[in-house]
Design a protein around this ligand. Sequence first.
Ligand SMILES: [Zn+2]
Ligand SMILES: [Zn+2]
Ligand SMILES: [Zn+2]
Length: 279
Amino acid sequence: MSDKNKNSITFLGTGTSTGVPMIGCKCSLCSSTDPKDKRLRSSAFIEYEGFKILIDCGPDFRQQALIHNITDLDAILLTHQHKDHTGGLDDVRALNYFKKEPTPIYCEKRVLESLKKEYSYVFEPNPYPGIPKFDIHLIEETPFSLKKEVIEEGKTITKRIEIIPIRVYHYKMPILAFRFGSLCYLTDCSEIPQDQMEKLKGLDIFTINCINRTHHISHFTLSQALEVIKEVGAKRSYLTHLSHQMADDENQIDGRYYALSKEVGKGVYVSYDGLKVTF
Ligand SMILES: [Zn+2]
Ligand SMILES: [Zn+2]
Ligand SMILES: [Zn+2]
């Protein structure tokens, strides 16, 4: 049973692969002094039924873990292998050190193949001392569960949660979104197959990527994201993975947090780094 309002999502990062501001850019959005316009690479921390779960572990993970005091994780779920979602995995060393255990990582086979290249030193037969330790769990698009032993009222019990993966496409790359009860975290998507829409029914919270206003080959634009949001019909929907191109200086369109928040309409929210929402 869902313990209402005990579950939460914290947006650790809400920016696209370059982050916002982008190095060297002088546009109106990159120049904004509002902290809500400073976006680290996209990642989320989910607290669900007593489990602590990280979705994606990008290059800003160390900074995000320090800001939010994330010292212990039951699982890291990877949506796909792009560097802005996996580039921080070396820093699980700190978690390994204190927990004295490898960190459980849940991903698809194609993501694992990429990790084996990017983090070849982790997978060597006789690894160098002090390298990060991954405990890999392969997943597919069928529901999977997380388990752990906890002590409640002096008794050891096994707690278990179910996570529902949703198959979506990032241009031609098949990737995963994840559903935990009434929350679905979806990012880096440009197409949701019609047969997967069924899995998005009855949501309280839906997060969706939105990169710019005009066109993108592998991400939803603002108008596309708003269309999907309407179709999904969640109570609250949050835009994430935003780029500095939400501002269009040439056409004098303000893309800063406050302006964009007014533009998106009822039930739709612009996420920002550090935003925590309960469900
Ligand atoms: Zn990305
Ligand atoms: Zn810019
Ligand atoms: Zn990507």
